[in-house]
Design a protein around this ligand. Structure first.
Ligand SMILES: Cc1ncc(C[n+]2csc(CCOP(=O)(O)OP(=O)(O)O)c2C)c(N)n1
Ligand SMILES: [Mg+2]
Length: 303
């Protein structure tokens, strides 16, 4: 902890465990999320990363921008690798080291789902982080189970009908049903909140799951300077609500009052530019419906 932090001047730790010089595209949300995660966890951390942009962003050998060890592995096995690392650390008596499985949305909600589910089932003490850029970006923007309704991708082309018509896979709720001890959504536009969620996760033993929204300017077809604005609008329009699950209860970590119309979020990004006013209204209805479901869960926990 720095002097500034001790005096309460900074809520974001000064310590840097991710250096500049990584290979992310301009405006990419992933290194911001990674930087904040490492600030919250500190150096006693091991990260395992599957295929995806995240595998190359830290650097290609001999360059490396993280100050913690990272293990690179196949696309579909983040959960299994985390369980293996945890077991090895436990044998060595290193129970103060946090294990983080860090994967993209495609590597989590689709291809790594069985492996993640197995690790939760085994009760592995680890933090799984899904940074969500809402498509398979590293291979050229294909639709994943986390791509939002109406978004253009190369496999959901723009046309008269919306090729992607459903809501995002509710991965956090799926993991809750699977048996995680803590789960939360977070957003790079709210770094202090993100850090608080990571610290909470670190303080609890068992399988934890964090879902971080991480805009991708190239895939979202927007200017790299718009990353934080887009991320912030995602939460302020209700597209990406911030909430957590702990001890059997859901709770909003950012109140969802006075939501802006979703159009503000959609119009910022080229991936939604083909949408007609009727389709925008359809997406608005979908979001309102999903928020009602979430509110009911939060209310049920309060009773
Ligand atoms: C088994 C397997 N299938 C496909 C691939 C090709 N592949 C590498 S990265 C990637 C996209 C990853 O998408 P996501 O997990 O969302 O991360 P992002 O690239 O968006 O950061 C794909 C399909 C692979 N490496 N291994
Ligand atoms: Mg992705």
């Amino acid at each position: 902890m720095s002097d500034g932090e001790r005096k309460g001047r900074f809520t974001i730790p000064h310590e840097e465990l991710m250096y500049p010089g990584h290979s992310a595209c301009p405006g990419c949300g992933e290194p911001i999320a990674m930087r904040m995660l490492l600030k919250a966890l500190g150096p006693r951390t091991v990260i395992n990363i599957p295929a995806g942009c995240c595998a190359v962003i830290p650097g290609v050998w001999p360059r490396y921008s993280l100050r913690v060890p990272m293990i690179d592995h196949a696309f579909e096995c983040t959960g299994a690798t985390s369980s293996g690392i945890r077991a090895a650390l436990d044998v060595k008596g290193l129970d103060d080291v946090t294990v983080v499985g860090w994967a993209g949305d495609g590597g989590t909600v689709d291809i790594g789902l069985q492996s993640l589910s197995g690790a939760v089932d085994r009760g592995t003490d680890f933090l799984y982080v899904m940074y969500d850029n809402e498509a398979y970006m590293n291979t050229g923007v294909q639709c994943s189970g986390a791509t939002p309704c109406g978004a253009w991708t190369t496999t959901t082309p723009a046309g008269k009908e919306m090729a992607c018509r459903r809501g995002k896979k509710r991965i956090l709720e799926m993991m809750v049903e699977n048996g995680i001890v803590y789960g939360a959504t977070a957003n790079i536009a709210y770094p202090e909140d993100l850090i608080e969620r990571v610290r909470t996760a670190k303080s609890i033993r068992g399988p934890k799951f964090l879902h971080i929204l991480s805009p991708c300017p190239s895939g979202w077809r927007m200017d790299p300077s718009k990353t934080i604005e887009a991320a912030s609008l995602a939460t302020r329009t209700g597209m990406f609500p911030l909430y957590e699950y702990r001890d059997g209860q859901y709770r909003f970590t950012k109140e969802i009052k006075n939501l802006k119309p979703v159009e503000h979020y959609l119009r910022l990004q080229g991936r939604f530019k083909h949408l007609t006013p009727a389709q925008v209204a359809e997406i608005q209805d979908l979001i309102v419906g999903e928020l009602e479901v979430l509110k009911a869960k939060v209310e049920a926990g309060r009773k």
